[in-house]
Design a protein around this ligand. Structure first.
Ligand SMILES: Nc1ncnc2c1ncn2[C@@H]1O[C@H](COP(=O)(O)OP(=O)(O)OP(=O)(O)O)[C@@H](O)[C@H]1O
Ligand code: SF4
Ligand SMILES: [Mg+2]
Length: 328
């Protein structure tokens, strides 16, 4: 598999009026290969969407590097930038806001094909649109081509959004909590459709969720990572992240979630963080940002020095002083 995405030491800061910029993402290192899924998990506000928007070219990065197909995104101009923007697409959380209510399904999918592939011949367009509707599971296609969004369920709207995105021949799709606003009973079927699409078209996914069980389901056999306050604290093959969670933060969120989910049972054992407020991005703790809440913090080290990233087994990385080689 060829490498599609490479982020190195990427940071993102938002400017504030009459105040210092607030840094949200720090030292983000990750890679995504063609046809691969990377699932990002983390609590609300940790920076998942901010990172997803950068990957999708919808937001800039402040420093560090983002290479797409080996080229630095910041330096892309004109045709190369347009091609990059076509190749990276994002499915948003809210299927009720993402579609134009005044446009028929046919036009919603045909318009990007017209623009992108310069196809205007109606029979050819109709064939392409109906092929895409079939691919996303909206069958029989004749029942959907002339519908308006208000006649569709949330799950069907998400499928139309996916078909519209696929019309651009994307290489990477950022899926941002795309099933959180649709009925639980329809979630798995939508996720299965996304997996089918990956098998058929070899697209890569950056799959954002705060739901560990959903993340584990979608990323099985692939990669997953955990974010806390704008940093990646652990990254690993997805199954190993659940069965052999190493970072104190991962262990704590798994322990909290496993009580309510069969899919996460027998994973982390009981593990709790200390009671302390989650710090704000404008007043981050020194050293390891988890140290005020970490039951295993090492005084004089964790509160002073940001931990490096250690490889604890092949492809399994943990940013925590407990895994420093000289402590093993
Ligand atoms: N344009 C902006 N200006 C300033 N701060 C921002 C901006 N966009 C996001 N943030 C801040 O960045 C942090 C991360 O937000 P983000 O939306 O990336 O989190 P998230 O992990 O996607 O959360 P959720 O799970 O709730 O969707 C938050 O503290 C948010 O307030
Ligand atoms: S570096 Fe220290 S404070 Fe941070 S997670 Fe590891 S043990 Fe806890
Ligand atoms: Mg978000």
């Amino acid at each position: 598999m060829d490498e599609l995405v490479r982020l190195e030491k990427l940071t993102k800061a938002f400017p504030q009026k009459r105040k210092q910029d607030v840094v949200i993402l720090r030292d983000i290192d990750l890679t995504i290969k063609e046809g691969e899924t990377l699932c990002v998990l983390g609590e609300s506000g940790c920076g998942k969407t901010t990172l997803g928007k950068i990957l999708a070219g919808l937001s800039t990065y402040s420093s560090g590097s983002y290479q797409f197909c080996g080229e630095e995104v910041r330096t892309l101009r004109k045709e190369k930038w347009d091609s990059f923007r076509n190749h990276v697409q994002m499915i948003h959380q809210n299927p009720y806001e993402s579609l134009n209510p005044a446009m028929m399904v046919f036009d919603m999918i045909a318009n990007p094909i017209r623009r992108h592939k310069h196809i205007n011949d109606i029979p050819t367009l109709y064939k392409k649109v109906t092929d895409l509707l079939e691919l996303v599971g909206l069958t029989p296609v004749e029942d959907f081509v002339d519908k308006y969004p208000n006649a569709l369920s949330g799950g069907q709207r998400q499928r139309v959004s996916i078909a519209r995105i696929l019309a651009m021949d994307p290489k990477l799709i950022v899926v941002d909590e795309a099933t959180s606003m649709i009925d639980t009973s329809l979630r798995i079927s939508l996720l299965k459709t996304l997996v089918d699409i990956q098998t058929k078209l070899n697209v890569s996914y950056f799959f954002i969720t705060h739901d560990l069980a959903l993340g584990r389901y979608f990323a099985r056999g692939q990669k997953a990572m955990i974010m806390y306050l704008g940093r990646i604290v652990e990254e690993s093959p997805a199954d190993e992240l659940i069965s052999k969670a190493a970072h104190p933060y991962t262990r704590a969120i798994l322990s909290a979630a496993s009580g309510s989910s069969e899919i996460l049972q027998h994973s982390a054992g009981h593990y709790e963080l200390l009671e302390a407020d989650v710090p704000s991005f404008t007043a981050l703790p020194s050293g390891c940002v988890l140290h005020p809440r970490c039951p295993q913090r090492i005084a004089g080290l964790c509160d002073c020095i940001q931990p490096e990233r250690y490889e604890v087994s092949p492809g399994h990385f943990v940013s925590c002083h407990l895994y420093a080689k000289d402590r093993a």
